[in-house]
Write a protein that binds this ligand. Structure first.
Ligand code: C5P
Length: 245
């Protein structure tokens, strides 16, 4: 993969409940942002047409629907997402190796049929909202970092392109999985931004220096008065860190 430009490493989370407000934000950021994240709130509110509207404006879409189902259903869902021409999508690694493998195959088959490059398929390992106690309550009594690494390794073995990783686990995941594995990191806060409800966050520069391929940023951009300026500041910060990553 050719080295990414700093502006290609920023993904803006469109956490909106209407297509109109999401697209207003996309239009304001068109000069700065290449990739937007559509999550379950926006997708459930608007349906697949929101993906097409963003693509029509020349931008890529990371479809963050975190599929987790029996392998057949998850693979069919992944194929349907691939038919939307998204750039990136994700599944839960805890759906298991077979589910991930089937999804990876399904997106490649669909992309091949359409004559386009396959979407990047990444895995969610352990949700950052779950701490050790919460995991234990659902029967997962493990060391969180070891579990994240084991699931990341399983995702790579199943043919996935990368993982979603909190800032805390970027370093160990990068070390274990090597340079080509994609690491997509939310929970990113520039020093000048409010932390909101993110507890274990890193600045964009720290995330990139630790080895994140992409950083996902929502409210520090979408929740401020001048989103384009916030974007430019973050891209500058990424640029400054790139040389030293
Ligand atoms: O507004 P903020 O920058 O906190 O948005 C972060 C985005 O990344 C949201 O869409 C959120 O759902 C997502 N995310 C996260 N933490 C995770 C996984 C996803 O904040 N562990």
């Amino acid at each position: 993969m050719a080295p990414l430009k700093p502006e290609e490493r920023l993904i803006v989370a469109l956490d909106f409940d209407t297509g109109r407000s999401a697209l207003e934000m996309v239009d304001r950021l068109l000069d700065n942002v290449r990739i937007f994240k559509v999550g379950s709130e926006l997708f459930t509110a608007c349906g697949p047409k929101i993906v097409g509207e963003i693509q029509k404006r020349g931008c890529k879409v990371f479809l963050d629907l975190k599929f987790h189902d029996i392998p057949n259903t998850a693979a069919k869902s992944a194929a349907a997402a691939a038919r939307l021409g998204v750039f990136m999508m994700n599944v839960h690694a805890s759906g298991g190796e077979e589910m991930m493998k089937r999804c990876a195959e399904a997106v490649k088959v669909e992309a091949h049929k359409m004559g386009v490059s396959a979407p990047k398929l990444i895995a969610v390992t352990v949700l950052t909202s779950l701490d050790k106690k919460a995991l234990k309550k659902i029967g997962v009594d493990v060391n969180i970092q070891a579990h994240v690494l084991a699931l990341s390794h399983l995702a790579a073995r199943a043919g996935l392109d990368g993982v979603v990783s909190s800032p805390m686990e970027i370093g160990p995941v990068r070390k274990k999985l090597g340079g080509g594995f994609l690491i997509v990191t939310p929970g990113v806060r520039p020093e000048w931004a409010a932390s909101n409800d993110q507890k274990r966050f890193a600045t964009p520069a720290e995330a990139v220096r630790k080895g994140a391929t992409y950083v996902v940023v929502g409210r520090p951009i979408t929740g401020v008065e001048n989103p384009p300026v916030a974007c430019q500041r973050i891209i500058e910060e990424i640029k400054g860190a790139c040389g030293r990553s």
